[in-house]
Write a protein that binds this ligand. Structure first.
Ligand SMILES: Cc1cc2nc3c(=O)[nH]c(=O)nc-3n(C[C@H](O)[C@H](O)[C@H](O)COP(=O)(O)O)c2cc1C
Length: 147
């Protein structure tokens, strides 16, 4: 849906197939990560983390979206997005695409920065009818925030 709304200019890569070299070829990134295992990265992102932690990301800009379930995993809602965000910032990367926490009900999230998420949480389980409009608004936001 993000690709569809963004229009021209995106290259799609499957994170299960990336390595440090293919990852480094861009300046602007939209990265997606669901949260699994009670607040953790899914396996394929987890396997790339040792490489990602070594990369120099200065000059690169990242927007994150994260699938999660605020009702069943209220204490770890979209945590993986926060974990990824911290690693990208430690490497010198810049984050864009923050969104307000209004409209979500949860206990805790590592993706929360004050009253904003460090990306776009998408809850397919509890808010399926909001996904399309959230993505449309977020894509317009990114078009302004990417250099
Ligand atoms: C075993 C399991 C653990 C999960 N853990 C979390 C979690 O800690 N936090 C969260 O926000 N969502 C959690 N979820 C919800 C998933 O992130 C959500 O269903 C998401 O849409 C899955 O996306 P995927 O099918 O692309 O992997 C979990 C789901 C399952 C099945």
């Amino acid at each position: 849906m993000i690709v569809e709304h963004y229009g021209e200019g995106l290259t799609e890569l499957n994170v299960e197939e990336i390595n440090a070299k293919t990852f480094m070829q861009f300046d602007n990134y939209i990265l997606g990560v669901p949260t699994w295992f009670d607040g953790e990265l899914p396996n394929y992102w987890d396997e790339f983390m040792p490489d990602l932690e070594e990369l120099k990301l200065k000059g690169k800009t990242f927007a994150l979206f994260g699938a999660g379930d605020q009702k069943s995993y209220s204490e770890n809602f979209v945590d993986a997005m926060g974990i990824l965000a911290n690693t990208l910032e430690s490497g010198g990367g810049k984050l864009v695409g923050f969104t307000p926490n209004e409209g979500y009900t949860f206990e805790r999230s590592k993706a929360l920065r004050g009253h904003e998420f460090c990306g776009l949480p998408l809850d397919f389980e509890n808010q399926p009818r909001q996904i399309k409009s959230k993505i449309e608004a977020w894509v317009e936001q990114l078009k302004k925030e990417f250099k």
